[in-house]
Design a binder for this molecule. Structure first.
Ligand SMILES: *Cc1c(COP(=O)(O)O)cnc(C)c1O
Length: 659
């Protein structure tokens, strides 16, 4: 029995279905029914909202400005309505500038406080790994807001280095170069020191050192060098397989010894100022952070004793985001806070280095995810729903096959002890009818009324639904977005983001739905949701109301999502709007990047939109000449084509409809 076999009801709720249901009691599971009037907790807001995402008395999800903790939060539906008045419609990626600043300040403050508390002699100098969010607006803001912390950048490729070199970094900030580096990369890195950058080239392989030697000799200039060591400690979590021994990057113990010997022999050892290691992203367990730091200290001590004039220890990324708010060491959560992360690192370093009698180095981390994840929220509107229940009871006729009447009779024992029997029978009769239809023994009209009876029964059956049967009654809500473009990690690595309706949380949700996107890909759906302490396969949602937008927000999408997104079905970038909250319930737009037009998206895949238009023009002109269409049709066709070229790749009609 595959629940998704049931055809959806085609006419819906707005017309009277609710009236059939016991008042306020039509959610799937009564046990899930919160007793509170506000339903934020249903979605775990109290776990992950961090006081920045809250619900107000009108049931609207609100954003609080961390710089005005006592200020009035700004309702997201109001933001969407105001944007829509300005002509900016969903889907929209909303960046909140204060959220980014807050995360950056949290990280830097936590390290500073940990250094003070443990009497650590060195300082913290963080760098932002550009790959985590390369968008110009984000990098600009990070550089601007990071100035007071001497916050720098990490480049993992030549394009990222070019981005970094164009930024106005403070003179004490670091520019760390990781990844594969060719001569051009290294030349730029070495020369950039003349622009006042503290550019450190992190050696990732022995071959790379050869190139560095060559370029350095050519330029007759000395580089600042780092070395990436391969830790043997493995971490748990999503990146477990690529940690430890098996990691692609870094030098193993014997390569490291070979490098040091070669550096000594070629007089480069005095350039080696930084030791780098990277555990992988989203490290769930703080114990792994401690272990890795301890191992990094061992390398640091040994390298120092071998004569390397190290001054910086770079522990890479890994600081995780608690997506579910569960504070557990699992794939989408972490069992530590940022304060704990920083304290654990600093404390471990201090003990280990004191014991080795080595001066405390500057601590570097390349924390990307933590710094940017929270700052972006992806908001889309629901275009319609496919519901797996129906309010109207179809008519039966004497000449109908008896299976229709049998199915209808299930109604009499739906409630009470025979509930499961009712469901079993309903599914049996429905499937029998389908079999008869396939054999030509039931006509379409009867099949259609039979399906309708099943949906009518479903509306009643789901009231007493049990966990195992839940899948029969899950509705499909159609979101105006592309999963592949806007939430790629949800598709690729089962990333969970907090997702919830942004309005009407003062009403009990009446349905459970999965969310389909508008690509034609059956993978384009969200069917795992963070609900309170649990991960659920459907999201509690409300019945759609005609002409009222129904917005859904996906939170913590600022890290990795934007440039990993692809053009599946040629859905392009959504609108990207950076806003400032005003602490008084309002907001202003700081920056706006308009969504990709269809013409832009076509050009990404090497079509020239003008050529396309010309081709259509010629085609229709031939039809006009041949007398197949009127000249007026040509005008309509061309103007519709042009309008579409300049328009959005997404569904452009804002009002929701239930299908
Ligand atoms: C990806 C990456 C990071 C960022 O890691 P986060 O877990 O996002 O903080 C840092 N350093 C290196 C070398 C990376 O490849």
């Amino acid at each position: 029995m595959n629940p998704s076999d049931s055809p959806p009801s085609q006419r819906l709720l707005a017309q009277g279905f609710c009236a059939l249901l016991p008042s306020q009691d039509h959610s799937i599971s009564e046990a899930d029914q919160p007793t509170d009037k506000i339903f934020g907790e249903t979605y775990g807001l109290h776990n992950w909202g961090d006081d920045l995402v809250t619900v107000d008395a009108t049931g609207a999800v609100c954003l609080g400005d961390p710089t005005f903790p006592d200020g009035q939060p700004t309702p997201l539906p109001k933001i969407m309505a105001d944007l829509s008045d300005r002509g900016i419609v969903a889907p929209v990626l909303l960046r909140v500038d204060a959220f980014l600043d807050r995360a950056l300040a949290q990280l830097n403050t936590a390290f500073a406080e940990a250094c003070t508390a443990t009497r650590y002699q060195g300082v913290y100098r963080g760098v932002f790994p550009i790959k985590v969010n390369q968008q110009a607006e984000v990098i600009k803001q990070l550089v601007r807001s990071g100035r007071r912390f001497n916050y720098g950048l990490e480049a993992g490729s030549k394009p990222e280095l070019l981005i970094a070199l164009a930024q106005d970094l403070p003179s004490d900030a670091l520019l760390i170069c990781n990844g594969f580096k060719d001569e051009d990369f290294i030349r730029l890195a070495i020369l950039s020191r003349h622009l006042g950058h503290n550019t450190v080239i992190v050696i990732e392989s022995l071959d790379e050192f050869d190139i560095i030697q060559r370029v350095s000799a050519d330029l007759n200039r000395r580089p600042l060098l780092g070395v990436r060591v391969k830790l043997t400690e493995r971490v748990t979590g999503k990146w477990q397989e690529s940690s430890g021994d098996r990691s692609t990057f870094g030098l193993s113990a014997f390569e490291l010894m070979a490098l040091i010997t070669r550096m000594k022999n070629s007089d480069f050892l005095d350039c080696l100022v930084l030791q780098h290691s990277h555990l992988g992203s989203q490290v769930p367990d703080i114990i792994d952070v401690r272990r890795a730091t301890t191992e990094a200290c061992r390398f640091y001590t040994e390298l120092t004793n071998l004569g390397a004039p190290l001054t910086h220890i770079d522990l890479g990324g890994g600081l995780g985001v608690d997506y579910t708010g569960a504070r557990r060491a699992d794939d989408n959560s972490v069992n530590y806070s940022v304060d704990e992360y920083c304290y654990n690192i600093v404390e471990t370093l201090r003990y280990a280095l004191d014991e080795a009698e080595i001066p405390h180095p500057t601590i570097v981390t390349e924390s990307g995810r933590f710094v940017v994840a929270q700052s972006s929220i992806f908001v889309f509107n629901v275009l319609g729903a496919t519901l797996y229940d129906a309010g109207e009871k179809p008519d039966l006729y004497p000449e109908d096959h008896h299976l229709l009447a049998d199915l209808m009779a299930v109604e009499h024992y739906i409630d009470g002890a025979r509930h499961q029997e009712a469901l079993n029978d309903a599914v049996y009769y429905r499937d029998e009818m389908r079999a008869l239809f396939r054999r030509g023994q039931l006509n379409l009209d009867q099949l259609s009324r039979g399906e309708q009876i099943f949906l009518y029964l479903s509306a009643r059956l789901k009231l007493r639904d049990t966990e195992e049967n839940a899948a029969f009654f899950i509705d499909h809500y159609h979101g105006n977005f592309s999963l592949f473009q806007s939430l790629p990690d949800v598709w690729a690595i089962d990333q969970l983001h907090p997702i919830l309706p942004l309005q009407r949380l003062n009403e009990a949700p009446t349905r459970h739905a999965i969310i389909n996107d508008i690509t034609c890909d059956s993978d384009g759906k969200i069917d795992r949701f963070i609900l309170g302490e649990d991960i659920a396969s459907a999201l509690p949602v409300h019945d759609l109301v005609d002409d009222q937008p129904y917005y859904v927000g996906a939170f913590f999408v600022g890290a990795y999502q934007e440039t990993l997104g692809d053009l599946h079905n040629l859905f392009g970038d959504a609108n990207v709007i950076t806003i400032s909250l005003d602490g008084a319930g309002g907001f202003s737009i700081v920056n706006e990047t308009e969504a990709d037009s269809i013409a832009e998206v076509l050009s990404y895949v090497e079509y020239d939109p003008r050529d396309c238009l010309d081709a259509v023009r010629q085609k229709i002109e031939r039809a006009v000449v041949a007398g197949l269409v009127e000249a007026e049709t040509r005008r309509l066709m061309i103007s519709a084509y042009k309008k579409a070229l300049n328009g959005s790749t997404y569904f452009e009609q804002p009002a929701p409809r239930q299908a």
